[in-house]
Design a protein around this ligand. Structure first.
Ligand code: LLP
Length: 429
């Protein structure tokens, strides 16, 4: 069931016409569907309901606190990678005991905040980080629960920039150093070893790399236990891909992923931790944009829209494909081929090249699908374009869950040093 679909020739998000949101909030704007978030979370969670599992939604994919609160009510935990994300998760009502803290570069302050909150586990990535965490925990009179993120050296992920499980990547403790690292951790009084963690990449479209990583880690868990470590959790990260609507390999459904994980971990006697991001959020959102101009070029036509790479970076950064559809259902007898581009002054500000779609005109609305994950979360204000707002639909109602700042709001954060304000040509901000 698609929650972004046509009703009588016009696209709706659940029961709200997208044209209404465009009129009332303006474009560009991200529009999310509560029903889709809910369904994706439940499909994932239900496929693991028969085992001891923590679904720690990866906040980086879409970190809006209303989105987090939606998932919190369904029972989700959170995978956070900064003090800011930790704060968001707690504000949204995700209990600290369901929060895991990942990332290669945690600061002392972030460690303190997480220890104070009482999170489930720190996924530690190096000995250097471990020593600092031990120190911070002792200072606070606490013990930090730790899993090491190990690097299993397997190839996975939809693009070089999002593949993380190879030894040349910056992530995780090197496979050959894993056991030594656990042995060292066992000597530190501020550290309690609780588990093992991996995350091999993102937009993974087949199960083989998961199988390879789980099998390798299974062996490691046995060796660690034999060496006397208490391993109670196994976090296999996120990474399961989603269909983006192009012809690239279609990822397996969560049920197949779940069957594989359960088969391989059945006798490990661990709590399984999952950190899905894209799988929950990706197809829960669209980027709604208006066509500004149709520019007839020498050998191609450009559709210049009011969204740009600062609003949705994925095509520019990862050559990512996003399905594009008109909000008013097009006339399929009148097809045209466009390069869809934004107003930013870089050729990289291109969403797609040579895409065939029903003829569009200035003022028409379009959506870029599958933009709920790593869309708004990666947006910037490049070219002094105000941060793109976000709207959450729920049935026949919607709410603005991040407002569009005004240009004045942006400028207010900047200030003029004394030596410049004295210049009569400089106006106060
Ligand atoms: N856990 C860790 C430690 C991660 O680094 C990530 C994603 C996840 C979980 C969630 O992975 P997912 O289930 O969403 O694949 N901006 C890129 C994706 C970057 C992924 C970074 N890490 C994109 O737009 O494709």
């Amino acid at each position: 069931m698609r929650h972004f679909d046509y009703q009588n020739g016009a696209m709706f998000a659940e029961d709200v016409p997208l044209s209404r949101i465009a009129d009332e909030v303006g474009t560009p704007v991200y529009v999310y569907s509560t029903a889709t978030f809910t369904r994706h979370y439940q499909v994932f969670a239900e496929s693991f309901s028969d085992i001891d599992a923590l679904i720690a939604y990866s906040v980086k994919a879409n970190s809006n606190i209303a989105v987090l609160a939606t998932l919190a009510r369904l029972g989700a935990g959170a995978d956070v990678v900064s003090g800011g994300e930790l704060k968001r998760a707690l504000i949204a009502g995700i209990p600290a005991r369901k929060i895991v803290f990942s990332g290669v570069g945690k600061t002392r302050i972030e460690m303190q905040d997480a220890l104070r909150a009482g999170i489930h586990v720190f996924n530690v990535e190096s000995l250097a980080e471990l020593y600092v965490l031990n120190d911070v925990a002792l200072e606070m009179g606490k013990t930090a629960p730790v899993a090491f993120r190990v690097n299993p050296d397997v190839t996975a992920g939809g693009h070089a920039k999002i593949s993380t499980g190879k030894k040349e990547n910056k992530f995780g403790v090197a496979w050959s150093q894993a056991e030594k690292t656990y042995a060292e951790a066992a000597t530190l009084p501020g550290i309690e070893i609780v588990g093992v963690d991996v995350h091999i990449g993102s937009q993974i479209s087949d199960l083989a790399p998961f199988e390879a990583a789980i099998t390798k880690v299974g062996g490691l868990i046995k060796r660690l236990r034999a060496a006397g470590h208490k391993i109670t959790s196994f976090d296999i990260g996120g990474g399961l891909g989603i269909p983006y609507g192009n012809n690239a390999a279609t990822p397996p459904p969560p049920s197949e992923y779940a069957a594989l994980v359960k088969r391989l971990t059945a006798d490990m006697d661990v709590e399984m931790i999952f950190e899905p991001g894209r799988m929950i959020a990706g197809n829960s959102g669209v980027l709604l944009s208006e066509v500004l101009y149709v520019k007839r070029g020498e050998d191609r036509d450009f559709l210049i829209i009011d969204a740009a790479m600062n609003d949705l970076l994925r095509p520019a950064l990862y050559d990512a494909y996003h399905d594009i559809e008109p909000v008013r259902q097009g006339n399929l007898d009148k097809m045209e081929t466009y390069d869809v581009v934004g107003p930013i002054c870089e050729s990289g500000d291109t969403f797609t090249k040579g895409r065939e779609m029903a003829k569009l005109e200035s003022g028409d609305l379009i959506v870029l699908h599958s933009a709920g994950a790593y869309g708004a979360a990666q947006a910037s204000q490049y070219n002094t374009r105000p941060l793109v707002p976000e709207v959450l639909v729920n049935g026949d109602t919607y709410a603005v869950i991040r407002a569009r700042p005004s240009v004045e709001d942006i400028l207010k954060t900047e200030s003029m040093p004394d030596w410049l304000t004295k210049d009569e040509n400089v106006t106060d901000i």
